[in-house]
Design a protein around this ligand. Structure first.
Ligand code: ADP
Length: 750
C-alpha cells in the first residue's frame, strides 16, 4: 500500500469515526460547550429585557434559571470525552445528555413563562415568542448530532407555548383577537422554523454523504494510480527482460507476421528488427532441409491459438544452419481471440551436436561390445580347440601304463591344462554376466546330491594337500528342491575350491542347513577353513572383479580374482548372498545363502546326474564331422574299444554327403568347419536326408547363445570342448531320439 492510499484510508476511517453515533455525540458535546458563552449573551440580553419590562425579580430569576440549565447540561457535555475514554457506555451517556438537554430546555421555558406572565397587559408575549423561537432554532441546529436532545428541547418549547395559550384562554374565558394573532404568528414561526431546520438537516446529510463519497473516490483514484504505476513498472521490467534475454523473443501478430524481436534474436539469426518486421519467421529462417512437418505444426498451433514446442532447423542470415528450440505462446484477449503470438527461441545447435556425438558414441560402444563378444567367442573357440587335444591326449596318456616319473609329468600336464581351462571359463562367464543377468535354469534336484558332487570334484585336491574336507549337515536338508543345481554346484566348487587353495594346514569344514521359508527353502552353507585368512581392509574388496586380497596371493596361489564376484552375482540372482568373516593368518568363513523353491509333488525324482560306471554302448554308426586332425584322433582313441562304427568328415559339406550316403545313427557335429559350418550342415541334413540321425553339437563355443543356435538348427544335444571321454560315452549311450541330450554346464567341465 502506498503512502497516498494509507493517508486517504486514514482520512476515511477518521471521517467514519466522526460520523458514527459516538463521534456525532462528541461533536454535539464539543459544539454545545464551545458556544456556551455565545448563548449566555442571549440569556443576559433576555434577562436584562425582563428586568426592565417585568422588574428586577423576574429578570434576576430568568438569568439564574437559564444559567442553571446551561451549567447542568454543559457540565455533563464537558465531561463527556473523559467519561467515554474511561469506559462509560456511549449509549447511556447519550441518554443522560438527553435528560440534561430536557432540563436546560425546561429552564428556558421557565424564562419564557416569566416573560409571558410577568409583563402586564400582554406587552411581552411577542418577546416570549421570540425568546422561544431563538431557543428552538438553537436546539434544532444540533438535530444531526444529537437528535434526541434536539427533539426533547423542541417538544418542551412547543409545549410551553401551547400551555401559555391554553392558560390565556382559561383565565380570560375566551381567546382575544390579539391572542389569536399571537397564536397564528406562533404557528407561522413554528412552520418557518420547521422548514429551516429541515433544510439544515438535509444540507448536513448531503454534505456528509458528499464528503464521504469524495474520500472514497480519492481512495479509488489512489488505488488505480498505484495499480497503473505497478503495471508500468512491470511492463518496463518485462520489456527489459525481453530486450536483454539470452533467448530470442519474437512477437508476431495473429497472422504470424513479426512486429518485434529482441537483441538475442538478432544475435542468433543475424536479422535486425527492421529486417524481420512484417515477415513470417518461416519465410525468414526456414532452411531447405527444414522438416516441413515441424514448420506446419508451428503454423497450425499459431492458427489454433495454442501453445506449442518444437525443435526446428533454421538458416542464419550468413547461411549457417542452426537448430532452434521454439516455444510458442499465443496471447488471447478477454474474448479469447489471439491478440499476438510470442515465441521464445533458444539456439540448441551445440546440444544437438552433442546428442549426435552421444548417439555415435553409443553406436561405437555397441559395436565395441559386439566386437568384444565376437572376440571372446573366437578366443573361446581358438583356445578350447587345442585344449581339447591337450587334455584329451593327457587323459589317454594317463590311462596308459607309465613309469612314476612319466605319470607325474602327465598329471602335471592335466592339472595345468585344467587350471588354464578354469581361467578361460571364468573370464568367459564373467564377460557373459557383465553383459546381462545370469540365466538360471530351474530343475528339480537334491541339495545333498549337489553338495556331494561338488565335494567329490574337490576331494582329490584336498587330499593332495593333506587337508581334511568335512561336510556337516545341520538338521535335515530337503530331499528335493527347485532351482539351478548347476549354478549351486558352481558356487560351491568356487568357494570350497578357494578354501582348499588358500589353506596350507588343517582343513575345510562345510556346514549346510535349511529352513522352510514361505513357499520354499532358505539354504545356508558355511565354508570355514584354517587357511591364510584375509586382512580386514581387504575383506570388502574380495568380491570385486579381478580383485585379490593381495598381489602376493596371485603369485603364490594363482587365480583371476573373478570367482567370488561371479559367485556372489549368482547367489544374489538366486535370492541370497555371500558374506565373509576372516582373520588374517587364522582362516576364513564364507556364508552362502540361497532361496530355492519347493519342488512340485508330481515331478519325478531327479535322475542321477552321473550314472555309476561307464555306460554300455550299442553297436551304432557314428559320423564325426570335425576339421581338426588332433580332435578326430582323440575321438577315435576315446571310442576305439567300443562297438561303434566311426566315420569321419572333414567339413560340413562332406558331413551332409556322408549322412545321405551312409545314414549314420549319430552325427557328432563340430560347429566351426571350413566350407560349411555345423549349423548349415545340420539344417541341410534336417532338410532332406533320407534317414534323420541324432545330431550332437561338438563345439568349443561355450555360450548359451551357441547352445540355443544349435537346438534351433535342429540338433539334439550339445557337447562342449574340451571333450571328456565320460561325457562322450554317456552321450553316445543315449538311445537315439531321446532329445534333448543332457549336456554339462561350463562349470561341470572344469
Ligand atoms: P581367485 O581365487 O581366482 O583369485 P576369487 O574371486 O575366487 O578369485 O577370490 C578373490 C580373492 O579373495 C582371492 O584372490 C583371495 O585373495 C581371497 N580369498 C578368497 N577365498 C579365500 C579364502 N578361503 N581364504 C583366504 N583368501 C581368500
Amino acid at each position: 500500500m502506498t503512502a497516498a492510499i494509507q493517508d486517504i484510508r486514514a482520512r476515511l476511517d477518521a471521517f467514519d469515526a466522526r460520523h458514527a453515533p459516538t463521534g456525532l455525540f462528541l461533536r454535539y458535546a464539543q459544539g454545545r460547550v464551545a458556544h456556551f458563552w455565545g448563548r449566555q449573551v442571549m440569556t443576559l440580553l433576555g434577562s436584562a429585557a425582563l428586568f426592565m419590562l417585568a422588574g428586577p425579580v423576574p429578570g434576576f430569576m430568568a438569568a439564574v434559571l437559564a444559567l442553571a440549565g446551561e451549567i447542568v447540561d454543559c457540565g455533563l457535555l464537558r465531561a463527556a470525552p473523559g467519561l467515554l475514554a474511561g469506559g462509560v457506555d456511549p449509549a447511556r451517556l447519550s441518554r443522560l445528555a438527553t435528560v440534561t438537554a430536557g432540563f436546560q430546555a425546561a429552564t428556558i421555558s421557565a424564562c419564557i413563562v416569566l416573560a409571558w406572565l410577568g409583563v402586564p397587559d400582554d406587552a411581552a408575549t411577542a418577546f416570549a415568542m421570540a425568546f422561544a423561537a431563538g431557543a428552538a432554532i438553537n436546539a434544532g441546529l444540533v438535530l444531526p448530532f444529537h437528535r434526541d436532545a434536539a427533539l426533547v428541547r423542541l417538544v418542551i418549547y412547543a409545549a410551553t407555548l401551547a400551555g401559555l395559550f391554553l392558560f390565556e384562554i382559561m383565565t380570560r374565558g375566551h381567546l382575544s383577537q390579539r391572542a389569536l394573532f399571537d397564536l397564528i404568528a406562533t404557528g407561522i414561526m413554528g412552520y418557518a422554523i420547521h422548514v429551516f431546520l429541515g433544510f439544515v438537516v438535509a444540507g448536513h446529510r448531503r454534505h456528509t454523504s458528499n464528503s464521504r463519497e469524495l474520500l472514497v473516490q480519492s481512495l479509488d483514484l489512489a488505488r488505480a494510480n498505484t495499480h497503473l504505476k505497478d503495471q508500468q513498472r512491470e511492463a518496463r521490467n518485462l520489456s527489459l527482460v525481453a530486450r536483454h534475454a539470452n533467448d530470442s523473443v519474437v512477437m508476431a501478430d495473429p497472422d504470424g507476421c513479426i512486429f518485434w524481436v529482441n537483441e538475442a534474436f538478432t544475435r542468433i539469426t543475424g536479422y535486425s528488427l527492421q529486417e524481420a518486421r512484417g515477415r513470417r519467421p518461416s519465410e525468414l529462417l526456414n532452411a531447405p532441409d527444414t522438416d516441413p512437418a515441424v514448420s506446419d505444426g508451428i503454423a497450425a498451433a499459431v492458427a489454433a491459438g495454442r501453445a506449442h514446442r518444437a525443435e526446428i532447423l533454421n538458416l542464419r542470415k550468413d547461411g549457417a544452419l542452426i537448430w532452434i528450440e521454439t516455444n510458442i505462446v499465443p496471447v488471447l484477449d478477454e474474448t479469447g481471440v489471439v491478440e499476438m503470438v510470442i515465441s521464445i527461441e533458444r539456439d540448441i545447435s551445440s546440444a544437438k551436436t552433442h546428442e549426435a556425438e552421444l548417439a555415435e558414441a553409443k553406436i561405437a560402444a555397441e559395436t565395441g561390445e559386439r566386437a568384444k563378444a565376437s572376440f571372446l567367442a573366437t578366443m573361446s573357440h581358438e583356445i578350447r580347440t587345442p585344449m581339447n587335444g591337450i587334455i584329451g591326449m593327457a587323459d589317454l596318456l594317463a590311462e596308459a601304463p607309465l613309469d612314476a616319473e612319466s605319470r607325474h609329468h602327465v598329471q602335471t600336464i592335466r592339472q595345468s591344462a585344467n587350471a588354464l581351462l578354469r581361467i578361460i571359463n571364468d573370464i568367459l562367464e564373467f564377460s557373459r554376466l557383465d553383459a546381462g543377468k545370469p540365466v538360471l535354469h530351474a530343475n528339480v534336484f537334491s541339495p545333498c546330491d549337489c553338495i556331494g558332487e561338488a565335494l567329490a570334484i574337490l576331494k582329490p585336491q584336498a587330499r593332495a594337500k593333506g587337508l581334511t574336507l568335512d561336510l556337516l549337515i545341520d538338521g535335515a536338508l530337503p530331499d528335493r528342491v527347485m532351482g539351478d543345481d548347476g549354478r549351486l554346484r558352481q558356487i560351491l566348487i568356487n568357494i570350497v575350491g578357494n578354501a582348499i587353495k588358500f589353506t596350507l594346514h588343517g582343513g575345510v569344514t562345510i556346514r549346510a542347513s535349511a529352513r522352510s521359508d514361505g513357499d520354499g527353502h532358505r539354504l545356508q552353507f558355511e565354508i570355514e577353513d584354517t587357511g591364510i585368512g584375509i586382512a580386514p581392509d581387504r575383506i570388502p574388496h574380495v568380491f570385486d572383479e579381478f580383485e585379490q586380497a593381495d598381489t602376493a596371493t596371485t603369485r603364490q596361489f594363482g587365480g583371476t580374482g573373478l570367482g567370488l564376484s561371479i559367485s556372489r552375482l549368482l547367489a544374489r540372482e538366486m535370492g541370497g548372498d555371500i558374506t565373509v568373516h576372516a582373520t588374517l593368518g587364522k582362516g576364513s568363513c564364507f556364508t552362502v545363502t540361497l532361496q530355492l523353491a519347493t519342488a512340485p509333488d508330481a515331478t519325478p525324482p531327479p535322475p542321477d546326474a552321473v550314472p555309476p560306471g561307464l555306460p554300455v554302448l550299442a553297436p551304432r554308426v557314428v559320423l564325426v564331422a570335425e576339421d581338426n586332425r588332433t580332435n578326430r584322433l582323440l575321438v577315435r582313441k576315446y571310442l576305439e574299444h567300443t562297438p561303434l562304427t566311426l566315420l569321419f568328415a572333414e567339413n560340413g559339406r562332406e558331413a551332409v554327403e556322408m549322412t545321405r550316403r551312409h545314414r549314420p545313427d549319430i552325427v557328432l557335429m563340430d560347429m566351426s568347419m571350413p566350407e560349411m559350418d555345423g549349423l548349415a550342415a545340420t539344417r541341410a541334413i534336417r532338410a532332406d536326408a533320407p534317414a534323420q540321425p541324432h545330431i550332437v553339437a561338438l563345439t568349443a563355443n561355450a555360450f548359451a547363445s551357441d547352445r540355443a543356435a544349435c537346438l534351433a538348427a535342429g540338433m539334439n544335444g550339445f557337447l562342449t570342448k574340451p571333450l571328456r571321454k565320460d561325457d562322450l560315452l554317456r552321450t553316445l549311450a543315449e538311445p537315439p531320439g531321446s532329445a534333448p541330450f543332457p549336456f554339462p554346464a561350463p562349470a561341470d567341465l572344469s
